[in-house]
Design a protein around this ligand. Structure first.
Ligand code: DC
Length: 220
């Protein structure tokens, strides 16, 4: 039986935290596709390639190999043989990923990898276009969102807890910019698939969101 679960939604909605817990609960493999776009973005940044330079991004794509391995159940992203998990979680890399993920050449490369992973095993996959493009036949599709204010607050708390100094308004502005880019690009923009269930986590705790999606999944 197809047990695949697709979770899409904007930045800061809690997709990765929820998807990871859900995968554990349902004994599925968690695939974080944002981490793959981040790995590519990290490559572009570390090679001095500007986000606006589509030709340079396209040329660089030919030199980039991204793959995934699992260590103690945790996804590790391998970029040209190097584990980059420790360096892709910054705001700079996230913004670069948002900008360069608009290019079809970047998406084609990663969508193929994502589909191959889902063919091999049952997954909970999160991202922006999983239910609409990568896995249109997923059995369960969730569009997980939260208000901009709630997402900005969570991101602010997360950064502060890591000891990263930041400004609340700037974090919120950043989230709005990222939403705009992710929702308005031409190729596979972020949107709710017609057959996805909307879950708004603005007023919910992590356990409640996991329980809600779990119940949707087992009732299908
Ligand atoms: O989920 P995240 O913040 O790690 O993703 C970083 C960026 O990558 C996001 O702003 C847009 C892009 N992305 C995408 O275009 N498609 C996906 N399936 C996942 C992420």
């Amino acid at each position: 039986m197809n047990r695949t679960i697709a979770i899409d939604g904007p930045a800061g909605a809690g997709k990765s935290t929820i998807a990871k817990l859900l995968a554990r609960k349902l004994d599925l493999i968690y695939v974080d596709t944002g981490a793959m776009y981040r790995a590519m973005a990290y490559y572009f940044l570390s090679h001095g390639i500007a986000a606006e330079d589509e030709a340079a991004v396209a040329a660089a794509c030919q030199d980039v190999s991204v793959s995934i391995v699992y260590e103690n159940g945790e996804q590790q992203v391998i970029l040209n043989g190097e584990n980059v998990n420790g360096v892709i979680r910054t705001e700079e890399v996230g913004n670069m990923a948002s900008a360069t993920s608009a290019y079809p050449v970047v998406r084609e490369k990663l969508v193929e990898l994502q589909r191959r992973l889902a063919e091999k095993t049952a997954v909970v996959m999160d991202g922006r276009d999983i239910g609409t493009c990568v896995l249109p036949d997923a059995r369960v599709k969730i569009y997980l969102t939260a208000s901009t204010a709630a997402r900005a607050e969570r991101r602010y708390e997360e950064l502060t807890a890591k000891g990263i100094a930041c400004d609340r308004d700037e974090v919120e502005r950043d989230i709005r910019d990222r939403d705009y880019r992710d929702m308005h690009r031409e190729t596979s923009p972020l949107c709710q698939a017609p057959d996805a269930v909307l879950v708004d986590s603005s007023e919910m705790g992590i356990d409640e969101v996991v329980e809600t999606i779990y119940n949707i999944a087992v009732s299908k």
